[in-house]
Design a protein around this ligand. Structure first.
Ligand code: URP
Ligand code: ZN
Ligand code: ZN
Length: 486
């Protein structure tokens, strides 16, 4: 059974042209004029773009004494309604520390629920022979990215020696290290100072995580990656200090990737000073929203190519969960939503304002992600043979974002009241229409697949300069040093 997407303007990362697309089963079969098929999908007056890929989400993630409330089902359906056809979710090891049992746990939860395809990044939160060994198995199971947290002291945070060991291991396995770059030691100090001084509300979250802590950690992560001779991907880049470190490294020839979030591009720090505690707490995430100057820098980075992708870090907690921090901002679960609105917000604030071309929009929401994560052109491309993950993107559907009409199951939306100028008319996942605007589409849990990502080819693979440090060994820490709240 074939389908033809007819009458649209194809926007790829590299060009824009008029053509139809014929799909056979799950794949794109042909692109050209006047194609015929068993079924027609009307794209007239619309753009036809590769389905969005959100490289950074946390569905149902256990974190800060609770669990992110967005489920794999609600999250992937919400994503599809916004034109996104794939999420890359973060797997966190549990109490046994095993990467493999954490992956099993994620598989068990995600497989029956997902409406779109997903993939994983796996977090390395300590260092031991077991982790050294399991990393190889993780790569065999189709994950080529490992996440490292430089923040969340006493919980997820890794030290420099652990990061260096893990980065070196990544290099040997053909995997890419990802980093949450904030200096966790300084944050812990500042949290205590602000709490002691009586600044206990959400504004304390912003004060205790200034741009300097992000800039320092970003520099450090990049230098550690340079020492280990591996590329590195910095998640949720929010400020000029971090961006500058990335720019400098790239100019030097290093492979360093930077990922701003749609939230940091469009919301600013004034949110934390809102008189309504719930409003401010709902927007508590790390790094925090920044000033307009930092926002301008992030937009410039997307334009110049020093930042390559736009994600959401969707890690959504209900208002009730956020209220765990009523007695002190360090206890507010960190995270915000955004995956349903990423494309519409970026189009409205990026393309409609002339900051990004439609082709750049496609690059940063899909194609660059696929390339960096090594799934291109199976994903992120509109070419024969690619997966038919496609969005018919209608630049004439206006909408006011509101929690009252969203697909996410969270009771608020950080973009509440924002007017956006485009929406997904249709979203197709491997050839199947999973979202049709205004036609009461429903979630189809369990139809999504886990996408295996191959290790990076040997030719791109860094050879560690420090062979002896890539051998398995264990680094012990004092587990009693756990601050409350994380
Ligand atoms: O505040 C955030 N970003 N929450 C999700 C976990 C993380 O740090 O990515
Ligand atoms: Zn993070
Ligand atoms: Zn995250």
């Amino acid at each position: 059974m074939s389908k033809v997407i007819k009458g649209g303007t194809i926007v790829a990362a590299d060009r824009t042209y008029e053509a139809d697309i014929r799909l056979e089963g799950e794949k794109i079969a042909e692109i050209g004029p006047n194609l015929k098929g068993d079924e027609t999908i009307d794209a007239s007056g619309a753009y036809v773009i590769p389905g969005g890929i959100d490289p950074h989400t946390h569905m149902e993630m256990p974190f800060m004494g609770t669990r992110a409330a967005e489920t794999f089902e609600s999250g992937t359906f919400a994503a599809a309604s916004g034109g996104t056809t794939m999420l890359v979710d973060f797997v966190l090891p549990g109490e046994d520390g095993s990467l493999l049992s954490a992956m099993d746990d994620w598989d068990k939860r995600s497989a029956p629920q997902i409406c779109t395809d997903i993939s994983y990044h796996v977090a390395v939160t300590g260092w031991s022979e077991q982790i050294f060994d399991e990393m190889a198995e993780v790569v065999k199971r189709g994950v080529n990215t490992f996440k490292h947290f430089m923040a969340y002291k006493g919980a997820l945070m890794v030290e420099d020696d652990e990061m260096f060991a893990s980065f070196s291991r990544c290099g040997a396995l053909g995997a890419l290290p990802l980093v949450h770059a904030e200096n966790g030691d300084i944050i812990a100090e500042l949290q205590q100072k602000y709490m002691a001084a009586g600044t206990i509300g959400p504004e304390g979250h912003a004060y205790s995580r200034p741009p300097e802590v992000e800039g320092e950690a970003t520099n450090r992560a990049i230098m550690i990656a340079d020492a280990a001779n591996v590329p590195v991907y910095i998640v949720h880049v929010s400020c000029e200090q971090a961006h500058e470190a990335i720019r400098r490294a790239r100019q030097k020839g290093m492979r360093v990737y930077g990922e701003p979030l749609i939230q940091h591009l469009t919301l600013d720090e004034s949110e934390y000073f809102n008189k309504d505690w719930d409003h401010a707490a709902r927007r508590v995430m790390s790094p925090p929203f920044r000033s307009k100057d930092h926002q301008d820098g992030l937009w410039a980075g997307l334009q110049a190519g020093s930042l390559q992708v736009v994600a959401t870090d969707h890690c959504a907690f209900t208002t009730e969960q956020k209220r765990m921090g009523l007695k002190g901002f360090p206890l507010i679960p960190n995270g915000t939503g955004g995956l349903e609105d990423r494309l519409a917000m970026l189009w409205t604030h990026g393309v409609e304002t002339g900051r990004l071309t439609p082709n750049e929009f496609v690059a940063v929401t899909s194609t660059n992600v696929a390339r960096i994560l090594n799934i291109y052109p199976e994903k992120g491309a509109l070419i024969p043979g690619a997966d038919a993950d496609i969005c018919v993107w209608d630049p004439k559907i206006e909408k006011t974002i509101s929690a009252t009409n969203q697909k996410s199951i969270i009771d608020y939306n950080v973009f509440e009241g924002q007017k956006v100028t485009a929406q997904a008319r249709y979203t197709l996942s491997r050839g199947e229409v999973i979202w049709a605007y205004g036609q009461n589409s429903e979630a189809r849990p369990g139809r999504g697949k886990f996408v295996r990502r191959k290790p990076f080819p040997a030719v791109n693979r860094a050879l560690s300069k420090w062979k002896e440090l890539t051998a398995p060994r264990t680094i012990h820490r004092d587990p009693t040093n756990i601050p409350s709240g994380v």
